[in-house]
Design a protein around this ligand. Structure first.
Ligand SMILES: *Cc1c(COP(=O)(O)O)cnc(C)c1O
Length: 240
């Protein structure tokens, strides 16, 4: 199959899965946004997906998620002619906060104070407002990134001092892999519950975003309220 025919097929299939899950959840399909996860994919693959989305009409896919700063910056430089919105979704080293603040609109993976402060200071220097999600280790996996659920409130408290440069939009999670849809749903429901609790305690933040669901579990995430599904493999195929 021609590369773009393959991409159009993958994209159409992912969009259909999103629409169907949203309908099943009695939600407006437009309330679920697609973040195309382009880590370890080429700049050309990103360009091809953007063009494929323009070709089939409807909402263009213009939001791309990246995990590695150097890799992302190189691709951004090649894609400056396109109106793309960049989301940082990977683990954050505190010495990378300046680059991340400068080159990304959204950061989904804020999980500790040092990173929150680093991003805020960098955003201030650059006179920029960053859209932030706090990443929560919702399945309690020992080796995984994300703060513990009981640590989230302290991060929200810390964010109060940076309301001029950080906009706290919501929570993000990567649950432990499971093929059991019930187990997937329970993890996503816990994140949604946590968000609800924070919304009551800190009503001045938007809390309009749940970043959850990937290629294999986006349906369960949408049923539990996801507003950004982060999809890589199902769009681009396996990463090299
Ligand atoms: C790689 C990655 C994804 C996409 O995973 P797929 O299974 O390829 O859809 C989503 N979110 C994060 C944080 C990732 O690192």
């Amino acid at each position: 199959m021609h590369a773009s025919a393959q991409l159009i097929a993958s994209l159409t299939s992912v969009q259909a899965r999103i629409t169907q899950a949203a309908r099943q959840a009695k939600r407006d399909p437009h309330s679920v946004q697609l973040l195309a996860v382009s880590k370890r994919q080429s700049a050309q693959a990103i360009r091809d997906l953007y063009n494929a989305s323009r070709q089939i009409g409807g909402q263009a896919v213009s939001a791309f998620g990246e995990n590695y700063v150097q890799e992302a910056l190189a691709k951004q430089a090649e894609l400056q002619d396109l109106p793309l919105e960049w989301h940082f979704i990977g683990p954050i080293q505190s010495n990378k906060t300046r680059d991340i603040a400068q080159h990304f609109t959204w950061v989904h993976s804020v999980d500790r104070l040092k990173v929150l402060q680093g991003l805020a200071r960098a955003a201030r220097t650059q006179a920029k407002v960053l859209q932030i999600c706090l990443q929560v280790n919702i399945s309690g996996e020992a080796s995984k990134s994300g703060c513990a659920p009981e640590e989230v409130a302290a991060l929200v408290e810390a964010a109060q001092a940076y309301q001029d440069v950080l906009c706290l939009r919501g929570l993000m999670c990567i649950p432990a892999p499971s093929t059991d849809e019930e187990v997937q749903s329970q993890a996503f429901a816990r994140l949604a519950d946590l968000q609800h609790t924070l919304q009551q305690a800190y009503p001045h933040w938007p809390w309009d975003t749940l970043s959850m669901g990937m290629s294999t579990d986006l349906e369960a995430a949408i049923l539990q309220g996801s507003t950004w599904v982060r999809v890589g493999t199902a769009l681009f195929g396996a990463r090299t």
